[in-house]
Design a protein around this ligand. Structure first.
Ligand SMILES: [Zn+2]
Length: 118
């Protein structure tokens, strides 16, 4: 599999409301960013798996708009042991360590994974 093929596969899974991640079968490392080699041991013996979508906020930034509203960007640590960068939707206050769950938002006919504070 090539880099662009694995990225296309990610978008296909997003549209099915699935959150993929990659597990290295050689060293066991799990990561989100779509690539064809393990970033730890450089093995190409990798497989795509799916996350249940439960995690917690590992790091975050709030960006305030002129109208006083804000958006939250964060790094979410999933229960499967990988981290990903994402938007966080606030239904209660977002903070480091708070639990989040996966939701999908459709933008221009494509679905994207986001998280909401639970
Ligand atoms: Zn590896």
């Amino acid at each position: 599999m090539k880099d662009d093929e694995i990225r296309e596969l990610y978008f296909k899974y997003f549209n099915e409301e699935k959150l993929p991640f990659i597990q290295c079968n050689k060293c066991g490392y799990r990561f989100y960013y779509p690539r064809v080699f393990c970033p730890k041991c450089h093995s190409s013996d990798i497989e795509v798996r799916f996350s249940k979508g439960h995690g917690k906020i590992f790091a975050m930034t709030k960006i305030y708009r002129k109208d006083g509203s804000h958006v939250v960007y964060g790094i979410v640590e999933l229960e499967e042991g990988f981290r990903m960068y994402s938007n966080i939707v606030e239904e209660s206050q977002a903070d480091i360590g708070k639990r989040v769950e996966l939701i999908f938002k459709e933008i221009n006919g494509k679905k994207y994974p986001l998280f909401r504070v639970v």
